[in-house]
Each structure stands twice: as structure tokens, then as C-alpha cells.
Design a protein around this ligand. Structure first.
Ligand code: ADP
Ligand code: MG
Length: 807
């Protein structure tokens, strides 16, 4: 059992804007406990703090300042927890802090750079790396991902990819068994055999989480997300299984509605944004107070799920995320206060061992049989009927295998049946006698032999002996040679099997799905590949589903999407990542080629060495002389071979790392694309609503039908306008090519006169009206046309804003 208080760490987020200095200071003198001092600026101190204290000091295990990289956070906070999980203990890491303080960044990571990946992907990578190194145990890993919003649990790993609202995800409920253990009904557990599969699950969960979020529920700030790695391990042949769980928790934002409370008094329940965080605080208070018998875990789903992590069987770590800007001082102090209380909680982690029922049953059955036999022996229960033919045969087989067994410990087990025991003795006696007779006869014949032969002449005998000696020598040489050859062939076979795997890795492009960790794993096994394919299939089908909307888009909408995409802030990130991905791909390709080269060089060197060997041996045998050796040359070849192998290994390791990075970048890009699509849909819907509300003209346009009333002159006018607003203008405003549909079969009423505007605005408006009436290819489908019109209207708004902005 390991007794440990909850470890608390603080991480300060870099400020969004340049920030005044002196708000906080960190004291991390190695000899002292690190402390964080938050200093209330003088201008705030009066109205803001009741008791006029000017600074607050908090102690943490360690404090990470703004420049702390994700790698450092992982090494110092998550790695020790991951290690104890590998040893069989439960672990929890939870991030607590106000919205925007970096909880998600710390737990999951940033969506822009590979180096920004957070604790979850790094922990997965670390755990799978360790599992591969340890061949003494059999490990199985499962993943689950739960979101709790408003006291309701949702399974984020719903593979159907159909959720567009949180409510569409499967609902997870709590069940308590008679031992008061909590079970989560409906939360799916997915096996992950390697890092890539686990990352795909994380990605699936995060995408579902993003898609299910609406401005109404603001799930990312008001919900708790619990990513759990379930690890079981078992030694081969043992009936004992160890289970460990690692919860990685991204809690809801801890901010309160009312900006007060720095003075220390507790706020009333109603003022909490998130009731479950209030209950979490109550649990923490109860746990940190001595002599409290009742801990109110059951008040909320989150505290029930994390029951073991809080004051139970778990090694728990808290990361207080702080956004130490002036306006966040009270929230930061409140976060630190919470952490100080959490640090008082003592947990007792035990190894979660359990007996595997199947192995246990086999052991017990054997024991029962032995006991029955013993009992029969002791009670002297006699069996009178004779043994059957089959039983006799079976016994004789047992005796034969017993005699053939080289193990001195082996036993002849026939059970406590005296008839069988007697038969065994009889049979053994018979065998012994038969053997004796046989030996006598052979000995006598051997004795007789010399008698029948002529005595060999001494000279002849010597000659034969010499010949025999010579032959022996030759045989020895050949045997040695064969042994060496055999070893080399084995090496070559082993090597080429590894190579084959690598060829597959290198040749299929982009990288084949599989475990990035290479030879020792099932990266190259067909079964894993097919599994991985299905995982990838899932991913692409998810994306397809999410981006499928786009394929169903009308032309206008697609056009609008293109522009929206181009103007979107994330497009820079996507483009950057695309560039990096491109670089990585070409690096991987070049590396692949070098690996191929190195491999063929290794092959040639090996061939050369073997060839020389065979030549030498052949020469030695045929001339009956010692091997003519040229050690220098051979040493040279060998050292070349070693050098090539070393180079090969380095390149292969790099290629593996590159593969992981490429995978991750692809996931990041996929995620960014889904996000973009989602935001576009929201923007589009909003614009369409505005259009319908604001513009009766658009409504009438929506339902425009080919009409003789659309006068020639109007059409002429609009065409004129359209021509005036040449491509130059379209380019100036970044409008894509809509195609010109002169003489369209449909004629549409132009918009009513634009409302009074500034000259710039009205020119834009004129341009737009011109485009609206004649340049846009109307499809005849009223939905599509209204899409186009909605887009144009929206575009008009943007342009107006731009014009106003430039003035
Ligand atoms: P929370 O989950 O607490 O609401 P986020 O993790 O979403 O906050 O962080 C808010 C923003 O700040 C994000 O854009 C994130 O990328 C950025 N951010 C947070 N922490 C850091 C950090 N340590 N370094 C750089 N950027 C950060
Ligand atoms: Mg967040």
C-alpha cells in the first residue's frame, strides 16, 4: 500500500496580451518548498480585497512558469503517475482552473503544433513504449472517454459518428453494486493495441466533444471530460491479474459568477456556475477535515466517478492552471486556495490484484481430483471390477511417456486406484525383464564377434587409425563450417524478415497504419493492419460524415465556404501544418530511400563475407591445410557491416518517430477542418436567418419564379451593372469566381433600392445587386438559390464592414 497526499502543481499560462509585471512571483529555491506569491496591485487592493492584504503565498510541489514546455509538464507531472499505473496502481491527473487558464491545453494539448501535444497523447506514447519493452507480462489496454455535462454522462467514444448534439451521444448512468462500487453503465471500453489506435480514440472523442458543443451548452467550459486508460497485466501462466486505471481529467471552468470572495468567505451555492464543482469542493473540504465520517461523494456524478481518486485507492495529482492577469487575480487566488485544501487529502493506493477465474477453475479442478484420490486411498475404497482394455492401453501410454520424460521430477500419476497402481508395477516389471534379456543377448553376440574375425595386422590397424583420424578432422572442419553457415542463414532470415516489415513500412505511402514502434510489435502483422485500417477507416468515415455536408452543399454555399475558409484564422494553422506535413513526408521518403540503400548495402556485405568464408573453407578442406586467413580484410568487411547496421537502426528509429509525428499532424489537421466546417455551418445558418428576418426582398427572391414581370430593362440594367463591376472589383474584395450566366433561362427581380449609404457602401451594394440579379448561376432549385442569396447578402455585410473599417 502506498500512502500519499494528493500532489499539487501550478502552471501559469502565458498572457494573451503584454502584461504588467509584478502580479506574481515564484520562489523555487531548491532547498525550500516552492511557493507562488500573488501580489494584489495597489489600484485593486482597496475596492477588491476586503481585508487589505496585499499578497498571498501558496505552496506547491512545483510551480511551472509561463515558459514551461509541454514536455517538461509531462516529465514532471504525468510520467511519475504513468509509472505507478504501469506498476498496477490507480492514477488520476486533474486540471483545475478558470476557463481559458490552460486546462485543455495541459491535458489534451494545443491544436496547432505537434510539440503542443498535451498529457494524454504523451502518456499514451509513454505507456505503449513501456509495454513493448516489458515482455515478462501480458498487457491489455482499453480506453474510455466520458463527458459529464449538467449531471449527465455522455460517451464520447460513440463510434456511430452521428452526434451533432450532446444529447445524441449515448447517455452514461451510474450504478452502485452491493459493495458500493461505482459502475458506469453504457460507457464503452475500446481496446487499443498500440499508440496509434489509442490516439485515434482520443481524436474521435475530441471531435465528438467539439461537434456536440453549441453556444447554448458551452460544453467545453461547463463540462468535465474524463479520459481513462484501463491497463491490465498478467504474468504468463499465473491466475493473478492486475488492473490499473489512469484518469486524465479536464474539469469545467472553475470561475464564479460573482467577482468577489478574495477575502476568503465561501460563496453561496447559487453563485457557482457549476454545481458539480461546488460538490467537488465540498468533498475536498470533508476529506481535508479530520474526523469527518461522511463524505458527500454521491451529490454529483463527477465526484462519484472520481471517488477513488479523491481520498481513496489512487495516486492523484492536481494541476492548478492559472491565468495570472490583473483581471483574473481573484479567480487565481481561489484556484490556489482550492489546491491548498486538496493537498491535505491523503490517499491510499493499493495494488488491484484479482484472480482470473478461468485459471483459478483449472487449478481448483486439479486439486479436487487429487483430494478425491487421496480420500479413496485413505478410506480404502476398493474397486472390484477389472480394468477395461481402453484403461489398460491408457496406462501403458502413460508409462511410456513417463519413461521417456527426461525431467527427473516427472511423476507417473494414475490416481488412487490400486488396480491401476498394481498394473503399472506389473507393466514396469515386464519392461525391465524384456530389456534384461535383450541386453544379455547383445552382450553375448559382442563377445562372440572377435572370434569369428581374422586378427587385424598391426600395420594395417595403424594405417586405418590414421585414416580415421584424418577423416575425423575433416568431419570436424565441415561440421564447424556448417554450423557457421546455419547461424548466418538464421541471421539473414531474421534480418530479412525485419527488412520485409520495413519495406512495407517504407513502400506504402502514406505510412501504413500500424504500431509505430516497429519490429517487436504487431506493426507488421496482418491482423493488426486490418484493425488499424478499420480504425483509419473510422477516422476517415467520421471526417467524411462531418465534411459530407459539404458535398451536399449547393454551389453558392461551396463558394461561400471556400471564402469563409480562406478568411478564417485557423486556415493559417492548417496551411502551416500542411507545409510541415509535406516536409515530413519528403523527409520520410528520403529516409525510406536511404534505409533501402543501407539495407541493400548490408545484404551485399553479408554476401561478400559469406562468399569469402565458403572459399576459405573449401580451400582448407581440399588442400587439407589450415585456413588461409586474411583477417584484415574480413575485419574491414565486418566493421563496415556493423557501421551500416548502426546507420540503418538510427534511420529506422527516426522514421518511426516521423511516422508518429505525421499521424499526429494529420489528426490535428482533420480536427481543424471539422472545426472550420462547424463554424461555417453556424455562420451560414445565422446569416440565413438574418436574411429571412431582415430582407423581405430576399424572401421574395427565394420564391422567385420565371416571370414575365421581370422586365427587360431591369435585366439590361443589372447586366450593365454586372459588367461595370468587372473582375477587378471582385478580385479587390476577394470574391471567388461565380461564373457568369448571361442570358440565364431564369429572370429574377432585382433587389429593391438599397437604403441610403455612404458612397463606398452604395458602390458595394450596387455591385452586389448587379451580381445578384444576373451573374449568379441560378439553378432553378429554390433552396440553392436562397443559399446563394444568403451568401451574397452575408458577403455584402462583410464588405460593408471592411469598407467601414478601411475608412
Ligand atoms: P481552458 O481549457 O482552461 O479553458 P485552454 O486550454 O482552452 O483553456 O486555453 C485557452 C487558450 O490559451 C488556448 O488557445 C490555448 O492554446 C492557450 N494556452 C493555454 N495554456 C497555454 C500555454 N501554457 N502555452 C501556450 N498557450 C496556452
Ligand atoms: Mg477547456
Amino acid at each position: 500500500m502506498v500512502k500519499q497526499t494528493i500532489q499539487i502543481f501550478a502552471r501559469v499560462k502565458p498572457p494573451a496580451r503584454k502584461q504588467q509585471s509584478g502580479i506574481y512571483s515564484i520562489d523555487d529555491d531548491e532547498n525550500l518548498t516552492p511557493s507562488l506569491e500573488i501580489i494584489i496591485p495597489r489600484d485593486l487592493a482597496d475596492g477588491f480585497v476586503n481585508n487589505k492584504r496585499e499578497s498571498y503565498k501558496f505552496i506547491f510541489q512545483r510551480i511551472f512558469d509561463q515558459d514551461a514546455k509541454q514536455e517538461i509538464i509531462f516529465e514532471n507531472i504525468a510520467k511519475p503517475v504513468a509509472e505507478s499505473v504501469l506498476a498496477g496502481y490507480n492514477g488520476t491527473i486533474f486540471a483545475y482552473g478558470q476557463t481559458g487558464s490552460g486546462k485543455t491545453f495541459t491535458i489534451t494539448g494545443g491544436a496547432e503544433r505537434y510539440s503542443d501535444r498535451g498529457i494524454i497523447p504523451r502518456t499514451l506514447s509513454y505507456i505503449f513504449e513501456q509495454l513493448q519493452k516489458d515482455s515478462s507480462k501480458i498487457y491489455t489496454t482499453h480506453i474510455s472517454y466520458l463527458e459529464i455535462y449538467n449531471e449527465c454522462g455522455y460517451d464520447l467514444l460513440d463510434p456511430r459518428h452521428e452526434a451533432s448534439r450532446l444529447e445524441d451521444l449515448p447517455k452514461v448512468t451510474l450504478l452502485e453494486d452491493t459493495d458500493q462500487n461505482i459502475h458506469l453503465k453504457n460507457l464503452s471500453l475500446h481496446q487499443a493495441t498500440n499508440e496509434e489506435e489509442a490516439l485515434n480514440l482520443l481524436f474521435l472523442g475530441d471531435t465528438n466533444r467539439m461537434i456536440a458543443e453549441t453556444p447554448m451548452n458551452q460544453a467545453s467550459t461547463r463540462s468535465h471530460c474524463i479520459f481513462t486508460i484501463h491497463l491490465s497485466s498478467k504474468e504468463p501462466g499465473s491466475a493473478t491479474v492486475r488492473h490499473a486505471k489512469l484518469h486524465l481529467v479536464d474539469l469545467a471552468g472553475s470561475e464564479r459568477v460573482a467577482k468577489s470572495g478574495v477575502g476568503g468567505q465561501l460563496l453561496t451555492e447559487a453563485k457557482y456556475i457549476n454545481l458539480s464543482l461546488h460538490y467537488l469542493e465540498q468533498v475536498i473540504i470533508a476529506l481535508s477535515e479530520k474526523n469527518r465520517s461522511h463524505i458527500p461523494y454521491r451529490n454529483s456524478m463527477m465526484t462519484s466517478v472520481l471517488r477513488d481518486s479523491l481520498g481513496g485507492n489512487c495516486m492523484t495529482t492536481m494541476i492548478a492552471t492559472l491565468s495570472l492577469e490583473k483581471r483574473n487575480i481573484d479567480e487565481s487566488i481561489s484556484t490556489c486556495r482550492f489546491a491548498q485544501r486538496v493537498a491535505l487529502i491523503k490517499n491510499e493506493a493499493v495494488l488491484n490484484e484479482e484472480i482470473d477465474p478461468r485459471s483459478m477453475i483449472i487449478c481448483l479442478q486439479k486439486e479436487i481430483q487429487e483430494l478425491r484420490d487421496e480420500l479413496a486411498l485413505v478410506t480404502g475404497e476398493q474397486r472390484t471390477e477389472a480394468l477395461t482394455e481402453a484403461e489398460l492401453l491408457q496406462l501403458e501410454k502413460l508409462i511410456t511417456s513417463f519413461l521417456e520424460d527426461q525431467d527427473p521430477q516427472s511423476r507417473l500419476e494414475v490416481g488412487a486406484d490400486m488396480r491401476k497402481i498394481h498394473h503399472c508395477f506389473h507393466h514396469l516389471k515386464k519392461l525391465l525383464n524384456d530389456k534384461k534379456i535383450l541386453r544379455n543377448s547383445t552382450v553375448s553376440s559382442e563377445i562372440k564377434e572377435p572370434d569369428c574375425q581374422e586378427p587385424v595386422k598391426e600395420e594395417e590397424y595403424k594405417k586405418l587409425r590414421d585414416l580415421l583420424k584424418q577423416r575425423d578432422n575433416e568431419i570436424n572442419i565441415l561440421v564447424n563450417m556448417l554450423k557457421k553457415e546455419k547461424k548466418k542463414t538464421q541471421d539473414a532470415l531474421h534480418f530479412s524478415s525485419v527488412d520485409r516489415g520495413e519495406i512495407r513500412l517504407i513502400q506504402s505511402s502514406p505510412f501504413p497504419p500500424g504500431n509505430p514502434e516497429g519490429q517487436r510489435t504487431s506493426l507488421f502483422s496482418a491482423s493488426t493492419q486490418s484493425q488499424d485500417c478499420s480504425m483509419l477507416g473510422n477516422r476517415s468515415s467520421l471526417l467524411h460524415k462531418k465534411s459530407g455536408m459539404r458535398e451536399e452543399m449547393s454551389l453558392g454555399r461551396q463558394e461561400a465556404f471556400e471564402i469563409f475558409k480562406r478568411d478564417h484564422a485557423d486556415s493559417v494553422t492548417i496551411d502551416d501544418n500542411k507545409q510541415i506535413l509535406k516536409q515530413r513526408f519528403s523527409e520520410a521518403k528520403a529516409l525510406g530511400e536511404s534505409i533501402n540503400e543501407a539495407r541493400s548495402k548490408i545484404g551485399h556485405l553479408k554476401e561478400e563475407i559469406t562468399r569469402r568464408h565458403i572459399q576459405q573453407v573449401a580451400l582448407g578442406v581440399s588442400e587439407n591445410v589450415a585456413f588461409p586467413s586474411t583477417p584484415d580484410q574480413e575485419d574491414r568487411l565486418r566493421s563496415q557491416l556493423e557501421e551500416e547496421k548502426r546507420r540503418y537502426k538510427i534511420m529506422f528509429t527516426r522514421l518511426k518517430a516521423l511516422k508518429v509525428e505525421i499521424e499526429h499532424l494529420q489528426l490535428l489537421m482533420d480536427k481543424a477542418k471539422v472545426k472550420l466546417q462547424k463554424e461555417f455551418e453556424a455562420w451560414w445558418a445565422e446569416e440565413a436567418t438574418h436574411l429571412q428576418v431582415d430582407s423581405p426582398a430576399a424572401n421574395s427572391l427565394d420564391h422567385a419564379k420565371p416571370s414575365p414581370q421581370s422586365s427587360e430593362s431591369q435585366q439590361d440594367q443589372s447586366q450593365l451593372l454586372s459588367n461595370q463591376s468587372s473582375g477587378r472589383e471582385a478580385q479587390d474584395h476577394g470574391i471567388g469566381n461565380f461564373g457568369v450566366c448571361v442570358g440565364s433561362a431564369r429572370k429574377v427581380s432585382p433587389s429593391p433600392c438599397p437604403s441610403p449609404r455612404s458612397p463606398e457602401q452604395s458602390s458595394t451594394g450596387t455591385w452586389l445587386e448587379g451580381r445578384t440579379t444576373s451573374s449568379v448561376p441560378l439553378t432553378g432549385d429554390s433552396q440553392t438559390d436562397s443559399d446563394i442569396l444568403a451568401f451574397l447578402k452575408a458577403r455584402q455585410n462583410i464588405l460593408q464592414k471592411k469598407c467601414l473599417g478601411s475608412n
